[in-house]
Design a protein around this ligand. Sequence first.
Ligand code: G1P
Length: 206
Amino acid sequence: MLNLNKLAKLTFVYQHELDGLGGAVRLAENFAGTDPCMVLLGDCVMDSFSELPVIGQLLKVYEQYHSSVIALSEVPPEKISSYGIAAGTLINGDILRLHDLVEKPSAADAPGNLAVAARYVFTPGIFSALHKITRGVNNEFQLTDAVKLLMASEAVYGCRISGKRYDLGSIAGFIAANVEFALRRPELQEVLGRQIINILKEKNIL
Ligand code: G1P
């Protein structure tokens, strides 16, 4: 942790009111200024199958199109209502030009199965859009609604990411991700693996 301070200058802002992801990102407006910026949500880890991390893949798209770009991953129908769902036209490999984005739709109303995967690169235009939106789903200011508004004035792209998604927003997801990443460490794999098997046997789960 201490080394992080040597790698980057960290600035914190606090969101004192629970008014959604849109409200939180809006607080970074002065920090971002007129530069493009990235938003990385801490409750999701994406283990990309590509050698580039997800944000690296988005930056490549940004460099090509100089437009906002969002990471997307396919989700099964029962998970659709947990995410922002995007739709667009496939233009190149895994890149889509987006024309729709809906926050937490029902599976029946969703424009597809491509879910926003917690990583975004934005042009400064996102902040003017964040000032124009009203409260949306859950009575919160939704970043998704601002992105949808941004699409009316600028191109917004999506980048399909293949990889495994770990949702840390639930207790089970958080623990499962820790176990899985711990099991990748050679010094922990065998001893932890055996402990987990023993626990499961004791609880009659295995
Ligand atoms: C937020 C976004 C949603 C996105 C999700 C995961 O939802 O509003 O569009 O799909 O993160 O990236 P939350 O997890 O805050 O409910």
